[in-house]
Design a binder for this molecule. Sequence first.
Ligand SMILES: Cc1cc2nc3c(=O)[nH]c(=O)nc-3n(C[C@H](O)[C@H](O)[C@H](O)COP(=O)(O)OP(=O)(O)OC[C@H]3O[C@@H](n4cnc5c(N)ncnc54)[C@H](O)[C@@H]3O)c2cc1C
Length: 715
Amino acid sequence: MSSRRLLLAALILGLIAAFFVLDLGQYLQLEYFKSRQAAIEGFRRSSPIAAGGLFFVIYVAVAALSLPGAAIMSLAVGAIFGLLWGALIVSFASSIGATLAFLSSRFLFREAVRSRFGDRLRAIDAGLEKEGASYLFVLRLVPAFPFVVVNLLMGLTRIRIPTFYWVSQLGMLPATLVYVNAGTQLATLESIRGLLSPALIGSFVLLGIFPFVARRAVEAFKGRRRLSKWPRPAKFDRNMVVIGAGSAGLVASYIAAAVKAKVTLVEKHRMGGDCLNTGCVPSKALIKSARLVAQAKRAREYGLRSVQVEFDFADVMERVQRVIKTVAPHDSVEHYTSLGVECIQGEAKIASPWAVEVRTGAGVRTLTTRSIVIAAGARPCVPAIPGLSEVGCLTSDTVWDLRVLPARLVVLGGGPIGCELAQCFARFGSKVTQIEMLPRILIREDPEISELLTRQFRDERIDVRIGHKAVRIVREDGEKVLVCEHGGKEVRIAFDELLCAVGRIANTTGYGLQELGIDPGPSCTIETNEYLQTLYPNIYACGDVAGPYHFTHTASHQAWYAAVNALFGGLKKFRTDYSVIPWATFTEPEVARVGINETEAKEKNTAYDVTTFGLEDLDRAIAEGETQGMVKVLTVPGRDRILGATIVGEHAAELIVEFIMAMKHGIGLNKILGTIHIYPTLAEANKYAAGNWKKAHAPQGLLRWVEKFHAWMRG
Ligand SMILES: Cc1cc2nc3c(=O)[nH]c(=O)nc-3n(C[C@H](O)[C@H](O)[C@H](O)COP(=O)(O)OP(=O)(O)OC[C@H]3O[C@@H](n4cnc5c(N)ncnc54)[C@H](O)[C@@H]3O)c2cc1C
């Protein structure tokens, strides 16, 4: 603690101690005021300003030091100054006192508490940010939340000082008026207990929850009003229409069918959406072939003189298509029809919140429905780089059509998709240059993880160019050339094909959203609330079209909420749970993560301990010749609570599941350490990381005593 903090803490403690040692509390008793009421009133009549000032200062001090007696003071002020002046004095004095207590708590404790419990306080911060001042207003309005506790707790949050002051003053006003008014009857009051009857407290509670109820009611009203502009059919053909049969749409429609709702799934292109046709499935199939090639090149490391790999890139790409075809039945019209989903191959357009038009080869049909789930996905984003449209580029949509391996490939983008594909093509023999504008690839991961992957890529002869901004594409001497800006200079990179992997953009146009007034939000996705409702309470959005995550597992996770809320929201709605979100990048080594990493912890000012375990010490990794990587776990300082884990290495995406499970169910590293892991496995790395954490957190003082005990036992 700094000397200024120590000084303030000492001053406050000294004043509180003086209050109790000198028994000043006796002057803040109802009986004392009643016995001295006449004398105090005399003082007020002769010197009203001095009397008012004195009460004001004492009240501020009592409130600021969180001393007992504020309620009695309010009664006394009411008795002596009457309702109007009394309310003025108490209202300002209590608000100023509360703000001083709030500031002291902020100055003395916030840093320390945030560094220990920052992640917990973030929920309160988020509540404050979202509900705004009404959150504090409720706490103030309901006397059941103690005045002192609210002051001190709020000091630990990020609420602004002026907001705290004015909301406190406004929120405490009703209770102030009740107390001061009761004070005007001081002579007849026997105790303050009788003052706040259960009925009165009940009224305050009602008043307190009023802002929340009102907000919800206003939202519901706005939603209904928006809906009322559209003619509502007397009867509906369906309970739900789902637009898009990707990961999100398939799960939403399956859930609906499973609970016996009448559901129609409309897909304009291919069942299975991106994941099956152009995303997860083909990319993982391609990665497998590329890995085999890379492993063969490492034959000598494994004691094999040589392993010749001969391949035709076209065959590899045909295998990718075979894999898609093998998985496709899982997402097929036949399969979903058998599950009870009506599947229509056609293009959907939302005609009204109650109707979806479907254009098929046979014409246009209009389906009336109680709810709509938009699961229209996203598409690759192609930036407006001058010259790009003239030379053309590959994207994750079109790269699967390649049958001839590009000799020189530029991969634009250092995110997961760019990294996975860059490594694949390099392994097949393309000369790959990877361009990333930011200072490192995989920017969401910690710097040492990006560096580890960059080193691996460079070892595999991928020319990783960080801090390179693509500015234009030109043709020079018959060659396509990408011109980048780097360190104030222009860099030219000749290429045969350019693969654009700079991000994905939600599909929000062409199917009626604009006509309904549903415009994309700042992140270019459809804006939804925590229940995944759009502007219209019966239209939901999930998956890539809604964000914020762009993964198959998050799309299906959201789809459950969208479907259940759409069908049963009238009875109970469920908030989408984003508390434990994992993901992986399937490069070699793989990078998998759940929860926060060190970079995010620093950005969010969350205190953390880091524990790592390097795979170079793991028997199985050594046996496999796959020692590149680590397990890195962030925990709450001094506590066995996991904030996040990153695993880099072979099968990292499988190994991370132990941490996902642990975080989801509040299991700490002690429990992971106490769980038998099969020897020799890569999964043991998790246990060893837990062991390292345990070692670093061993109670050194106790161990010194144990050492003495053993020495004593030896005699
Ligand atoms: C190369 C690549 C690799 C990836 N790898 C992984 C991975 O390893 N793991 C992972 O979790 N995620 C991965 N992803 C991301 C994952 O594919 C997506 O997050 C996921 O597919 C999103 O599912 P979705 O249902 O939201 O959208 P989509 O799968 O895009 O489905 C949307 C569907 O809606 C249809 N549609 C749109 N508008 C209409 C309309 N008006 N009428 C009818 N139909 C319409 C589209 O045709 C499409 O089929 C990868 C993505 C790419 C591109």
